[in-house]
Write a protein that binds this ligand. Structure first.
Ligand code: HEM
Length: 248
């Protein structure tokens, strides 16, 4: 889709992993330096492929972004590179963790395959997985101007607010029995992809990927069971499992 060779996938994941380690609590100097090197290598890789696409455009996203850059003020070279990297690393990490969290949640239920039978059911089940155990819990925003959030709580310009998506998804004022996994709930309105102008650009892709992946998994391995108590990774930026050990 991006227009880079498929066999570079593992390298892109490695660069991406290095970069997102920067979001950890108290990263060390070594982590920062590695993130910097990987960001530089990733940027050089995209510049190289963007240059190739410029000479020989295809029907891929990098060609489209390059054309947008060439035809006017839309994207600068740096914006082209950072957009491509953002798409690639936002696409890798969140969906991987969400898929693991979803499989864990589904394996705690009676008959997961039944919840994925038919497109509508599968879509509703994936939405509930997103609400029940989201991979990204916190994003922050700065106030540009003074704003009164609720009576008595005001923000001053420059103050930062942390938006706890994971908590909003479990708000008893918004969801009936929020800790229950219920794909048929009528009050589905999770905020796992954020909201407003920064709403996740990859949401439709992530939803499709999860619907397809979970369906195939439970069709092929209907007797799948968890065989080791899973643990969440002790990291701050993604809410996902260390590993999920199963048997069938
Ligand atoms: C289950 C998987 C995913 C989850 C839970 C997720 C979640 C989110 C959230 C919460 C935001 C908003 C960030 C903010 O408010 O600052 C966001 C933004 C974004 N996501 Fe995703 N995402 C997922 C998959 C993807 C995929 C597959 C892609 C790319 C193909 C992607 C690309 C992006 C990009 C580029 C943004 C930034 C949008 C902007 O700032 O305007 N995401 N995502």
């Amino acid at each position: 889709m991006m227009g880079v060779p498929a066999e570079t996938g593992p390298q892109l994941v490695a660069w991406s992993n290095d970069m997102v380690r920067m979001y950890m609590h108290a990263p060390t100097r070594a982590i920062e330096e590695q993130a910097n090197r990987s960001a530089g290598d990733f940027a050089a890789f995209i510049r190289h492929h963007a240059e190739e696409r410029r000479r020989k455009p295809g029907d891929d996203l990098l060609s489209v972004l390059t054309a947008a850059h060439e035809s006017g003020e839309k994207l600068s070279e740096d914006e082209l590179v950072s957009s491509a990297i953002l798409l690639l690393n936002a696409g890798h990490e969140a969906t991987v963790h969400q898929t693991g969290n979803a499989i864990r949640a589904l394996l705690s239920l009676e008959n997961p395959a039944a919840l994925l039978a038919g497109d509508e059911r599968a879509a509703a089940t994936v939405e509930e997985c997103l609400r029940y155990d989201a991979p990204l819990h916190m994003f922050t925003r700065y106030a540009y101007e003074e704003v009164e959030l609720v009576p008595g709580i005001s923000l001053q310009p420059g103050e930062q607010v942390a938006l706890l998506l994971g908590a909003a998804n479990n708000d008893p004022a918004a969801f009936d029995a929020p800790r229950g996994f219920n794909p048929s709930r009528q009050d589905q309105k999770n905020v796992s992809f954020g909201a407003g102008i920064h709403f996740c650009i990859g949401a439709p892709l992530a939803r499709l990927e999860m619907q397809a992946a979970l369906k195939v998994l439970f069709e092929r391995l209907p007797s799948l069971k968890i065989s080791e108590e899973p643990h969440y990774r002790d990291i701050y930026h993604f809410h996902g499992l260390e590993r999920l050990v199963c048997r069938w």
